[in-house]
Design a protein around this ligand. Structure first.
Ligand code: COA
Length: 373
């Protein structure tokens, strides 16, 4: 068995951003245009969205996106992402590679040092060829690549797989890439969800340590965990069978099949499951929450994170213990907790413990117990 280290982390944030006020103005312009038609058809009017509600309910103030104008156009309300030829690099591979190059540079590794690429994302641009294989070719890494996904726990689940492959000696160095272009799958005409997500890509180099080797300033991966329990409270039905049911009375069109969630149920149920996961995982290692210098939690909802930690600790915990990036990035699905980790560890001392914990659709939870070297 080998000891395992996260030797490099890379983060890619798209330049374009959208504030709550801009998003709400576009949504409400669409509601104003749509309601006369609804009234004429005898349908109930749509309710307007509200920037103050968004910040109070979720903590999100703005999000970064791969394309802004199409989202804000009330006549479109979806990013405009031109199709590319098969010979060109796909957008998802390109986005992931930008983060991967930063992770490789941070690790001091060349692409040829990598013997596996795992692309893990809550949404994949296509089923095959795997996005990971496209990245493998474009980067020039060795060995093999494959895609996987576990909703917002996608990065944590990929770290679980990568760390155990490396620990067992099956691979020497795995490049985990998590390109989340979640605005491509978001229904910007749904008041309940239009404000939640943003785009971001992250990457990690996960590698074996030689006997007695240490990597100062990097995290040893002591253990990883995943947990799942079926729930339809966060769900997408859009998939390769969608077109086969277009004449079915239950079929509700493209937008009706996109991400939907019963936010308040998710909030309650995942808060309970999340804090139990943290307490139990730490207990297996003889640790309590007080013994953990930093928590990098999934970045979905500021109030939810506070509550998870309050249940785990028995008292309130500040942002130094559990940093937040969702206020400026929104929920970046699998990428969120890794961005929090990347931005908030330079002050940690050798021997300090950190806990990565992501949660979301499935339900799913993924965690990693890390120790600063
Ligand atoms: N603008 C104004 N009002 C809105 C609104 C919007 N954009 N969206 C919903 N509302 C209204 C609702 O219609 C409801 O009105 P009502 O009381 O008249 O019925 C009210 O606000 C409260 O809605 P609710 O859904 O209970 O809000 P909430 O406090 O639970 O916050 C979320 C909503 C989505 C921010 C929150 O539930 C959440 O973040 N949940 C967890 C999500 C998560 O972790 N997902 C996993 C990762 S993907």
């Amino acid at each position: 068995m080998h000891r395992v280290v996260i030797s490099g982390i890379g983060v890619e944030i798209p330049q374009a951003s959208i504030t709550n006020e801009e998003l709400v103005a576009s949504f409400n312009a669409w509601v104003d245009a749509e309601n006369p038609r609804r009234a004429a058809a005898g349908e109930a009017p749509l309710q307007k969205s509200d920037a103050d509600f968004i910040v109070h309910a979720s903590g999100v103030r703005q999000r970064h996106v791969v394309e802004r104008e199409g989202i804000l156009d009330p006549a479109r309300m979806a990013p405009r992402i031109p199709a590319r030829a098969d010979e060109e690099l796909s957008l998802q591979a390109e986005f992931g590679i930008a983060a991967a190059r930063k992770a490789l540079a941070h690790a001091g590794r060349a692409p040829r040092d990598i013997d596996m690429v795992i692309c893990s994302s809550s949404h994949l641009q296509r089923p095959y060829p795997a996005i990971a294989i496209e990245m493998q070719q474009a980067l020039g890494t060795q060995g093999a690549g494959f895609d996987m996904g576990l909703g917002c726990s996608s990065a944590a689940a990929a770290l679980h797989v990568a760390a155990n492959l490396v620990r067992a000696g099956a691979q020497k160095r795995v490049l985990v890439v998590v390109p989340e272009i979640i605005t491509g799958h978001l229904n910007f005409r749904d008041r309940q969800t239009h404000f939640i997500f943003g785009d971001a890509a992250v990457s990690m180099v996960v590698e074996a340590l030689d006997e007695g080797e240490t990597r100062a300033g990097r995290f040893e991966v002591l253990d990883t965990r995943t947990w799942t329990q079926m729930s339809s409270n966060i769900r997408t039905n859009l998939g390769y069978l969608t077109r086969t049911a277009l004449d079915d009375p239950y079929m509700i069109g493209l937008e009706g099949n996109m991400i939907k969630q019963v936010g308040n149920k998710v909030f309650k149920e995942v808060t309970v499951a999340g804090h139990r996961f943290i307490v139990d995982f730490l207990a297996e290692h003889g640790l309590t929450p007080e013994g953990i210098r930093r928590f990098w939690l999934h970045q979905a909802n500021a109030r939810m994170n506070s509550m998870i930690l309050k249940l785990a600790f028995g008292h309130d915990v500040d942002h130094d213990r559990a940093p937040m990036v969702l206020d400026r990035l929104g929920n970046t699905a699998g990428a969120g907790s890794i961005i929090a980790l990347s931005e908030n560890h330079a002050d940690m001392k050798p021997g300090d413990f950190g806990l990565l914990c992501a949660f979301g659709a499935g339900y799913s939870i993924g965690g990693a117990l890390l120790r600063m070297m």
